[in-house]
Design a protein around this ligand. Structure first.
Ligand SMILES: [Zn+2]
Length: 414
């Protein structure tokens, strides 16, 4: 039965989808308009051909995003108001008793499966057509499907126990169930940080310790200067999937380690890698990782509290296309409809993330050469074909990092 929530949801979905499409069109128009010339501050470091490749690559990825946005909006509509969740619920009520753990688990797993299957063609197209056309893809079709099989296996091994625990708590813990679910989900996400580096990442990549050479010496001296203890410096064979370069920190506490993509080590001078690592160390030293985890936990808390208020309201289910309420259906509707209501808050999150990036850059400036970090950034922008001229509004919604020109200007400032 359509009710006020139905109209509210439709308005949110329409507003979010229209905004996503409008931002994508702005982005394409903006990079095209600036395609003819390299921005003056990069004229010495980025050739025109590289700048134009970045514009074309950005436009191609954004066009793909437009298709993805449209498919997602259609799927959300089909699963909610179109009766998809209700249909799945009725389907699984035949073999399992409705409302029991098995029924709820089957309902949610089949929902995730449908979402994954729908997004698969676009993922294949992105990897084997777009990434290949711009020379970034190194993935083979067998590797793609081997990765997919492993990802599904990991998701099932970790996700099914979590799902069972959540559904059990929802059914047993009375009106404060959401508080218990929050504790379990938060503990799970912290535990995940501890097992990802030693257990999950090695399923997908090979990690080789870097113990000798100039790079190892520079990193050891940087870590000593910054008073940082890690469980080692590793090189990851990122080149088996893509030629994009990256560096990251994984895990925390005793599990933390520094990982460099082989593609990054190949292209940057040791002093430039050192500067990139100083930036990453900045994130650690300034507690950005813990703060992001805390922010995630706070948002989960707010979301679960809202769901706690909705879960006993018949209008919540009726308004979103479900005629047989259950805890699993409530979770499903919440996960499907929730992001449409919160999309317009995205710029706040990217603003916070950019503040952290500027702080990490400032830290790197104090512990390494800022000229090395600038060089590294320019090389990364050039080699990854990242646009130097994003649309400001698109960037404010989506980019976790400030535009290159702004970062470099701050690094150059005294
Ligand atoms: Zn950063």
């Amino acid at each position: 039965m359509p009710n006020a929530l139905t109209w509210l949801f439709l308005a949110a979905l329409l507003a979010a989808t229209a905004t996503r499409l409008w931002l994508a069109l702005r982005q394409i128009r903006h990079v095209r308009a600036h395609r003819a010339a390299v921005p003056p501050s990069f004229a010495d470091s980025i050739p025109l051909a590289a700048h134009q490749k970045a514009a074309d690559y950005t436009a191609a990825k954004t066009r793909l995003g437009i298709i993805g946005t449209s498919i997602d909006a259609g799927l959300v509509l089909l699963l909610t108001l179109g009766g998809g969740v209700q249909w799945l619920s009725a389907l699984w009520a035949r073999p399992f008793e409705a409302g029991l753990l098995a029924h709820g688990t089957a309902l949610l797993l089949s929902l995730f499966f449908i979402q994954g299957a729908v997004s698969l063609p676009l993922a294949l197209y992105r990897t084997f057509v777009v990434e290949s056309r711009f020379g970034f893809n190194r993935m083979t079709v067998p590797l793609f499907f081997a990765d997919l099989a492993k990802q599904v296996a990991v998701a099932l091994v970790l996700g099914v126990p979590l799902l069972l625990a959540v559904l059990w708590l929802m059914g047993r813990m009375g009106e404060h169930w959401w508080l218990y679910v929050w504790l379990v989900v938060t503990a799970f996400s912290i535990g995940l940080q501890l097992i990802i580096p030693p257990v999950i990442l090695p399923l997908f990549n090979k990690f080789t310790p870097i113990t000798e050479g100039e790079l190892a010496r520079r990193v050891a001296s940087l870590l000593a200067r910054c008073g940082f203890k890690s469980r080692g410096l590793y090189m990851m064979d990122g080149s088996k999937r893509s030629s994009h370069g990256n560096a990251f920190f994984a895990g925390f506490g005793a599990a933390k380690r520094i990982v460099l993509f082989d593609t990054l080590v190949e292209r940057l001078q040791p002093s430039e890698v050192e500067a990139v690592l100083a930036h990453e160390l900045g994130h650690y030293k300034l507690h950005h990782i813990v703060k992001m985890l805390a922010l995630g936990a706070a948002m989960t808390f707010a979301g679960l509290w809202v769901l706690g208020q909705l879960i006993d309201q018949p209008w919540f289910y009726a308004g979103l296309g479900v005629t047989a309420p259950s805890t699993a259906a409530a979770l499903a509707l919440f996960m499907l409809a929730g992001p449409e209501f919160t999309f317009l808050l995205h710029p706040l999150l990217t603003l916070y993330s950019r503040k952290n990036e500027f702080e990490a850059d400032a830290y790197a400036k104090g512990h390494a050469q800022s000229s090395d970090l600038i060089q590294a950034l320019v090389k990364l922008y050039r080699d990854n074909a990242s646009t130097l001229t994003p649309d400001p509004l698109h960037s404010a919604f989506y980019d976790s990092h400030p535009p290159a020109a702004l970062r470099i200007a701050r690094l150059e400032a005294k």
